[in-house]
Design a protein around this ligand. Structure first.
Ligand code: THU
Length: 139
């Protein structure tokens, strides 16, 4: 589903600063890629996260999942997050990985807006339901 440009602009205006600030805290000694993500709850509270890498590579946690973990840890319930903006350094906005899409589907509203932004003006935006069609939601 196409996302209206004014919704994308509003999300970027609201959450890009927090996402970018969080990226400065990234622990990314292996990739050197410092990512930040910020989400907004239905009540208007903002939570942010950065990527945290591990020497055993596969245990790396993305910025998106850390932002969601921060919200859940603070008492936000599944379905109470309406929007997330991801900041990736460079000139290309990139889509979230599969693991993060799974977390998003389980923890955010199905109609939530997900926006990827970068150092330039370019953005990519999705309605969450379009990012992971036919998700596994438990046995
Ligand atoms: N990364 C994120 O944090 N979010 C994304 O959307 C893409 C990838 C991190 C994982 C790893 O620490 C680094 O970026 C390179 O893949």
């Amino acid at each position: 589903m196409t996302v209206a440009p004014e919704r994308i602009e509003a999300a970027v205006a609201a959450l890009r600063p927090a996402a970018r600030a969080a990226s400065a805290n990234a622990h990314a000694p292996y990739s050197g890629f410092h990512v930040g993500a910020a989400l907004r709850t239905v009540e208007g509270t903002v939570f942010a996260g950065c990527n945290v890498e591990s020497a055993s590579y596969g245990l790396t946690q993305c910025a998106e999942r850390n932002a969601l973990g921060a919200a859940i840890s603070a008492g936000v319930k599944p379905g109470e997050t309406s929007m997330m903006v991801i900041y990736l350094p460079g000139s290309k906005p990139l889509p979230p990985c599969g693991a993060c899409r799974q977390w998003m589907v389980e923890l955010m509203q199905p109609a939530a807006l997900v926006v990827s932004c970068c150092d330039g003006e370019a953005t990519q935006a999705w309605q969450l339901a379009d990012l992971l069609p036919g998700p596994f939601l438990g046995p």
